[in-house]
Design a protein. Sequence first.
Length: 570
Amino acid sequence: MKKICLLVSFVAVTFSCTARQPIVGAGKEVDPYHYSITKTALFSKASVVSAHPLASQVGAAVMKRGGNAFDAMIATQLALAVVYPGAGNIGGGGFLIARKANGQLLSIDYREQAPAKAHRDMYLDSAGNALTELSQNGHLSSGVPGTVAGLFAAMPYAKLPFAELIQPAIDLAEFGYVITEEEAANFNADKNDFVKYNTQPLAFVKQVAWKGGDTLVQKDLAETLKRIRDNGAKGFYEGTTADLIVAEMQRGKGCITHEDLKNYRAKEREPLTFTYRGYQVISFPPPSSGGLLLVQMLKMIEPFPVARYGFHSTELVQLMTEAERRAYADRAEYMGDPDFWNVPVKTLTSDAYITARMKDFVPGKAGKSETIKAGIIKESEETTHISIMDAQGNMVAVTTTLNNHYGSKTVVGGAGFLLNDEMDDFSIKPGVPNMYGAVGGEANAIAPGKRMLSSMAPTLLLKNNKPYAVMGTPGGTTIPTSVFQTIVNMVDFNMSAADAVNKPKFHHQWLPDLIYMEKDFPDVTASALEKMGYQLDRRGNIGRTEVIKMNNGKLESAADKRGDDCVAGF
Ligand code: DON
């Protein structure tokens, strides 16, 4: 009975909010109380692949109503902020890489940045010990959020009014949606942290345990989204929302101020473009390391007969591991926010440098990170990805993050959204690993206004200068290696989008000197690598990769098997 009343009032209210028919509601294109997960599909016109079925469906519905891939990206990302609170966000940041149907490339950096009061040693105690608890949880771990600025920076490329794009998210927050079993399990697992890192009641905590099928209503978040709908980016960075963020900071000894929020800007960057076996790869430049690592790793293996070695063969996994080791050693030394640090992009990606980096590669013999350090240059879990293609040929890839699951775990009291813990992506002390085990130094040290180094790699692939594939994934430092393997799987092994995404993955990041392997990675190859001298570590899922790839004029879409990820399109 309760549910029926909820649905009736839901339809009535959404009618009055928008001129058009609502997208979300019982019996509408997106039914928040009944949905299922579709992992693969072949669409003829438009496709969205994201971490949650409702968000993918919102994006597809927006395109059906005349929106393009940019409209879909904005609506999907906002919907994810509601239905996928572990990573979808308005309190975090991200990167967008796109290719317009006319060939124009676009990359928008809306990474979080260090507040003005941040300083290099802010996570060190008086004896100089690193305080990772503070960089990874709670108020002080948050950088100034960039997502809302990023969405508005993409608006000039969209066709529909912003109010229409945000309305599905408002409806999902205001009237609720049914949560998946995975989400219920995550809320239950993080309950103690939610209690510990919050000063006000929050929607994710209730007395009894959550179960799949429960309805989550987020009234405060709905109000915040309405302020953004009515006031634009100022509805977040100024006025009531900004007041609530600053009040939250003051309650929890955080350091984001009104000035930090007001001064935040998304930045346009120059996309990184290169070729791999004739395919054009377009990926994200610094302050992400993602695209740079991808160039380096693909270029390092390009001279080798990868297809002849065979998929998951010992020869190939060793080669890719050694490429990963060398690229990640460079990450630790040379990569950071280009507005604060001279990242030697040209050198790091030059043929001469790449060839020199692989000179000490010995097939059949394990390299050692102790001896293989960064190259010599002579010149001075939680994130989420959306892949979209539309009928006009626009390609959009967005990876967005709160850093680990539910970010700082701190919800802005009265505003209903989680803040990121992205400050931990800085090198808080040289040599001290961040939560993904990545180390860094001066290039990625904290400074006011600086953007922390990322691994996110939203990536596009062109074949003969025409759209071929859109891809990306979460996974911290495993992001570039997952995208690397997905490209090799498609280009060298001609795999379907689903196989390219779902086959077991592996990962090496220089330090620690280990090859991480998913549990179902073939034992034969693993043992052969151990015999060669590699140390292995079996681990849980690597990434949640979303791919759309052209297949005879159709959009072959694959959502990773590793989560609730879902395709939607027409
Ligand atoms: O920007 C980065 O590289 C990280 N903050 C991404 C975190 C992430 O992918 C967590 N997801 N599992």
